[in-house]
Write a protein that binds this ligand. Structure first.
Ligand code: PLP
Length: 224
């Protein structure tokens, strides 16, 4: 990827084209696939620029980081902010205030704490499908219990499932994880599937993604 030589509008057009082509291959409506712009590490000005170019859904990984950017993007009408990073239970209160969607609910306890905030929230359940140690997410076997716990939370609306396969630059390595997530969602009557990132969004869309989370392909590689 050499995004530094391209302008942001060019990179955005290229990502939209990739989404449209994969949707076409899968005979799916591209309008049913949300492009979530992942703006972690980037300043609030990047969110504002993306908003000017028509993006409305934004993903952030860290509650604390977004706390510092939020005042600068609060006034963006119709923008929605998704938490896509692991949520610690001691951060549920600020998270519920800052975000519209929490994609990383992985325990009943976390769901209840979010519910107690009193704010209406859309949530997704993060599922751990790979044995990698560091990854968070609920065990697929725990899903039935977790789903009924979330459905009992009156402030939470359950949209679907989210996952993050083990890293590989070969998108075919991700595909079986995407397929597995779709099967789990179908089994539990859930329609939302947040899966696919810059390098594997095609496979994710072919396997049914309703939300792709894209950072690097839009904004360039992140430097820490
Ligand atoms: C950073 C991140 C993304 C975006 O990854 P890119 O490779 O930059 O597209 C998507 N999902 C999660 C959970 C992330 O942490």
């Amino acid at each position: 990827m050499g995004p530094s030589t391209e302008t942001f509008p060019e990179r955005l057009a290229a990502v939209r084209e990739r989404i449209a082509r994969s949707a076409e291959r899968a005979r799916r409506n591209p309008a049913a696939i949300t492009l979530l712009a992942v703006t972690k590490i980037f300043p609030a000005a990047v969110i504002q620029e993306a908003y000017r170019l028509g993006l409305r859904e934004f993903g952030e990984n860290y509650v604390q980081e977004f706390e510092t950017k939020a005042p600068e993007v609060k006034n963006l009408q119709g923008a929605r902010f998704h938490l896509i990073g692991h949520l610690q239970s001691n951060k549920t209160r600020p998270a519920a205030e800052l975000f519209d969607v929490i994609q990383t609910v992985d325990s009943a306890r976390l769901a209840r704490r979010l519910d107690q905030s009193g704010r209406r929230l859309d949530v997704m359940l993060e599922v751990k499908l790979s044995p990698e140690e560091a990854k968070s997410g609920a065990d697929p076997a725990a899903l039935p219990e977790l789903i009924s716990a979330v459905r009992e939370c009156e402030n939470l609306r359950l949209l679907g499932l989210m996952t993050m396969p083990p890293w590989s630059d070969d998108s075919e390595v991700s595909r079986p994880y995407f397929r597995r997530l779709r099967e789990l969602a179908e089994r539990h009557g859930l329609s939302g599937l947040s899966m696919g990132m810059s390098h594997d969004l095609e496979a994710a869309i072919e396997e049914g993604a309703t939300c792709v989370r894209v950072g690097a392909a839009l904004f360039g590689e992140r430097r820490r």
